[in-house]
Design a protein around this ligand. Sequence first.
Ligand SMILES: [Zn+2]
Ligand SMILES: [Zn+2]
Length: 376
Amino acid sequence: MNNTEFYDRLGVSKDASQDEIKKAYRKMSKKYHPDINKEAGAEQKYKDIQEAYETLSDSQKRASYDQFGAAGAQGGFGGGGFSGFDGAGFGGFEDIFSSFFGGGGASRNSNAPRQGDDLQYRINLKFEEAIFGVEKEVSYNRETTCRTCTGSGAKPGTSPVTCGRCHGAGVINVDTQTPLGMMRRQVTCDVCHGRGKEIKEPCHICHGTGHEKQAHTVTVKVPAGVETGQKIRLSGQGEAGFNGGPYGDLFVVIQVQASDKFDREGTTIYYKLNLNFVQAALGDTVHVPTVHGDVDLMIPEGTQTGKKFRLKGKGAPSLRNGVVGDQYVTINVVTPTNLNDQQKAALKEFAAAGNIAVQPQKKGFFDKVKDAFDDL
Ligand SMILES: [Zn+2]
Ligand SMILES: [Zn+2]
């Protein structure tokens, strides 16, 4: 697994020394401290920086992170404390880590507090919204702590009691006869389903689960410069936890609509400008649309199809540092059709006025390769 996210958050390379990490952390946490930085998203960034530093500043956690990613760095140390990527869905790592670090024991204690599930929500942004950022309200249904029993699962006025079958352990031992002899396995208790507690009179709203579906609305601050496929994490906006564990997170997945005018790659915006051959031959000043408003572009005499012009600072901002990219305008010279007699006569006169023959061109392979690079 190639995990660089925590390094990216601190702006250091993967082989940074502890000293460099500490310095970067000090700088970044000063920059995004909620008391200092009032910008949208600063608080989340601050939290992300803390999370990254907690892992990278500890050489053992860092080593596990490098090898197994966020789940690894946390799984081996009991998780908790962090808001993201905790436990759920990464069960396999826990086993690996309990054997590496001798912690935990082999079976997962299912009545321990556990974070709720993460949710994904896809939002559709207009081309310009992705470039300039936008605030969106998103509404969805999620499992929340049942309001009637406050999550206990028991009818109000009653309490869950310790499970009589597993005596609160949540697991029971089952002996099975196999060709190799008697095997003892631990399985989830079938009476309490791992909770360790038995509910004699279940809550009539949640039927003992402690959860109920509720409509939920959050405001997502989409930063300027996002692209399709990127995710925004909203801590604690996922589903309710189990046994008093924290809520999961909401991942808002960005989907950007195509524009009928522009193409975009990262911070660069591309625009194709059609010119008639008179404009291309004589030169002209034309209005070119950009997401920042129209600009005047000077077309020099003798401009050919494929010629590119750069409009500096008319692209999209970088999500990382806010630096705005450029817009490239590619010229397409359109040959006129349906000329009237007068136009045809004028063109014939034009042709007779001087040598307009196009130089024959034969291109070698390397010229073509070079052209391909010039186009980039
Ligand atoms: Zn309930
Ligand atoms: Zn039980």
